[in-house]
Design a protein around this ligand. Structure first.
Ligand SMILES: Cc1cc2nc3c(=O)[nH]c(=O)nc-3n(C[C@H](O)[C@H](O)[C@H](O)COP(=O)(O)O)c2cc1C
Length: 337
C-alpha cells in the first residue's frame, strides 16, 4: 500500500505523535529499540512552516526512517504546501492531526474540532494528496462532545476515504472540547475499542490503526487478531520503552530478536557526543531515556542519576556509562536469584 516500500510493514505498530516528547532525539533513541515501528514526529503546524518559515522543525536524522510527519492545520492550500515541505525533506508519510483538543489548537481550527467538519478535512486530505507522493494519513478521535460516534465516525471515514485517504489512526475515545485539559482528554472520555473494531468490518479497504490506552504488546496483538491493521502506542512506549519497543520487532513485526536496552544505551553514545559537539546539552537527549529500565532492576537508580546529573554543565556521555554500572550488577543479581 502507498508509495513507500518497506520489507516489513512499519505501520503495524507505531509510536504516537507526542508534543514535547517525540522530538528527534527521542525518535533516534526509539529507532535503536525497534527497527520497524513507525515513528511519528510531534505535531508541527502548517502555519508555522508555511507562514512562519520554521522549516528547522522538520529536521530529522536519516536513521529515523520510517518516520511520519504530523501536521496541524485546516487550510487546504497551506497544508498542501506544508506536506510538500515535509515530503521534500524525506518523510515517509504525512499525517493530519484531527485529534488534539487543546485550546490553542481549537482557536486555530485544527485538531479534534475538525471532527465536526468532515468536508473541510476531506478538502485538506485531497489537497495534501495532490501535492505529495507519499502516504497521507489522518489521526482522529471517535468523535467530539455530543456527537454520536456510531453515526458520525463512519460518516467521517466515508468522507476522507472518498478524498483518497487510505490509512487512518483512531484514538478510541471522544475529545471533550470544553472543560477538560488536553491531559484529561487522554484519560477521562471512555475508550470504545469495540466501535473501532467494527469500523474495520465496515471499511475493510481502509488501513485502520487503533490507539488509546494500550499498555502491552499482548493487548496490541489482541487488536491485530481482532482484524485491525495496526496499533499505535503513545505513553506506554515512551514511559516503558523496554517493555514495548524492545520486543515489538519480534512480537508484532515478526522479524528480528528483541533489542537489548543496555546495548541501546551504548549505541546512543556516538549520537550524544555529536549532539554535545554541536553545542547541545546532555539532558535534551537523556530526558527521553529516563524510563528505559522501568520495572527492571536498577530502574530507580538509573532514573535518579540521569535526572539529577544530566543538567550539570560538564555532564557528558560518561554519565550514562556510570549509570549502566549501576544497572548491570542489579540485573545480574536478579538473574542469579
Ligand atoms: C505528552 C503528549 C503529547 C501529545 N501530543 C500529541 C500530538 O502532538 N499530536 C497528536 O495527534 N496526539 C498527541 N498526543 C496524543 C497521543 O498521540 C495519543 O493519541 C494518546 O496519548 C493516546 O495514546 P496512548 O494511550 O497510547 O498514550 C499526545 C499525548 C501525550 C501524552
Amino acid at each position: 500500500m502507498g508509495k513507500t516500500s518497506y520489507f516489513v510493514v512499519p505501520w503495524r505498530m507505531s509510536c504516537a505523535p507526542m508534543m514535547d516528547w517525540t522530538d528527534r532525539h527521542c525518535r533516534y533513541f526509539h529507532r535503536l529499540l525497534s527497527r520497524h515501528a513507525l515513528l511519528y514526529t510531534e505535531m508541527v503546524t502548517a502555519p508555522a512552516l508555511v507562514r512562519g518559515g520554521a522549516v528547522h522543525l522538520l529536521e530529522f536524522n536519516p536513521e529515523e526512517h520510517p518516520v511520519a510527519l504530523q501536521l496541524g492545520g485546516s487550510d487546504p492550500s497551506e497544508l498542501a504546501a506544508a506536506a510538500r515541505l515535509g515530503a521534500e525533506r524525506g518523510y515517509d508519510e504525512i499525517n493530519l492531526n484531527v485529534g488534539c483538543p487543546s485550546d490553542r489548537v481549537q482557536s486555530g481550527t485544527f485538531g479534534a474540532v475538525l471532527m465536526l467538519q468532515p468536508d473541510l478535512v476531506s478538502d485538506c486530505v485531497a489537497a495534501m494528496l495532490d501535492s505529495v507522493d507519499v502516504d497521507v494519513t489522518v489521526k482522529c478521535r471517535i468523535g467530539v462532545d455530543d456527537q454520536d460516534p456510531e453515526r458520525s465516525l463512519p460518516e467521517f471515514l466515508e468522507r476522507i476515504r472518498a478524498a483518497g485517504c487510505r490509512r487512518v489512526i483512531i484514538h478510541a475515545r471522544k475529545a471533550w472540547l470544553q472543560g477538560l485539559s488536553p491531559k484529561e482528554n487522554r484519560d477521562i472520555p471512555p475508550l470504545d475499542y469495540e466501535l473501532v473494531v467494527r469500523m474495520k468490518e465496515a471499511f475493510p479497504d481502509l488501513h485502520l490503526s487503533i490507539n488509546g490506552g494500550i499498555t502491552s504488546l499482548d493487548q496490541a496483538q489482541g487488536f491485530l487478531d481482532a482484524g485491525l491493521d495496526g496499533v499505535m502506542i503513545g505513553r506506554a512506549a515512551y514511559q516503558a520503552p523496554a517493555d514495548i519497543l524492545c520486543a515489538a520487532d519480534r512480537l508484532i513485526h515478526g522479524e528480528g530478536p528483541d533489542t537489548d536496552p543496555v546495548q541501546a544505551v551504548r549505541d546512543m553514545l556516538p549520537y550524544i557526543e555529536a549532539h554535545l559537539s554541536a553545542g547541545g546539552k546532555l539532558h535534551q537527549v537523556t530526558r527521553h531515556m529516563l524510563g528505559l529500565f522501568a520495572g527492571r532492576p536498577g530502574a530507580r537508580a538509573w532514573r535518579r542519576m540521569l535526572s539529577e546529573r544530566a543538567h550539570r554543565p560538564d555532564a557528558g556521555p560518561e554519565l550514562l556509562l556510570a549509570a549502566l554500572d549501576v544497572i548491570e550488577p542489579a540485573a545480574a543479581a536478579q538473574a542469579a536469584v
